[in-house]
Design a protein around this ligand. Structure first.
Ligand SMILES: CC(C)(COP(=O)(O)OP(=O)(O)OC[C@H]1O[C@@H](n2cnc3c(N)ncnc32)[C@H](O)[C@@H]1OP(=O)(O)O)[C@@H](O)C(=O)NCCC(=O)NCCS
Length: 152
């Protein structure tokens, strides 16, 4: 990405309104304000974002337990997509995780989510399983991926 005018930072309760707005734009089954609020109260929960001139353009959230993390959401505002922002945010967050001593990353993604699949596999995530008919709205499969953050 040639545009470095995005500011990377950890997000908190003061970003709640912006998070909820972006979540609604990016996901048909969006998390509510209360869901974000409850997660943000937990110290194992992290959200990092990329802002441009103070406006939230992308965010990524994960839970950390021991030396593992599970990616919950990664979203880029439609106006900022296909400019390498998803790649940049994922890279920055995974680097942060490595510095935190996290060794293994996990995630699940809808089989039809081509954009996310290209992004994650590009980082070396490997499919380790499938949850058949996992998503209740359309019975779509969830693909489970993992990435070793500290390969020997
Ligand atoms: C998935 C998402 C985060 C990607 O963000 P992005 O900023 O557009 O991604 P990038 O520009 O960094 O592109 C990363 C790679 O994915 C590819 N890609 C992105 N969107 C794509 C699409 N719709 N179809 C095919 N490939 C796509 C890019 O070409 C790039 O590939 P490359 O590394 O070979 O060049 C974004 O589409 C999004 O927010 N989607 C809605 C929310 C979502 O589904 N999140 C994931 C599950 S939580």
């Amino acid at each position: 990405m040639s545009d470095f005018s995005y500011e990377f930072s950890r997000l908190g309760l003061c970003d709640l309104d912006d998070l909820v707005d972006l979540e609604k734009i990016c996901f048909p089954h969006a998390w509510t304000e209360q869901q974000f609020w409850l997660c943000l109260k937990q110290k194992q929960y992290y959200i990092f974002g990329l802002k441009k001139k103070g406006e939230l353009a992308a965010y990524m959230s994960f839970f950390n337990v021991a030396d593992e993390m599970e990616i919950l959401k990664l979203a880029v505002h439609p106006a900022h997509r296909l400019k390498g922002l998803g790649k940049r945010l994922l890279g920055l967050v995974l680097q942060n995780c490595i510095e935190m001593g996290i060794e293994q990353a996990y995630l699940e993604v809808r089989r039809s989510n081509t954009a996310a699949l290209v992004l994650y596999t590009g980082f070396g995530f490997i499919q380790t399983g499938t949850r058949k008919g996992y998503y209740p709205d359309n019975k779509e499969d969830a693909l489970i991926f993992s990435l070793d953050l500290m390969p020997q």
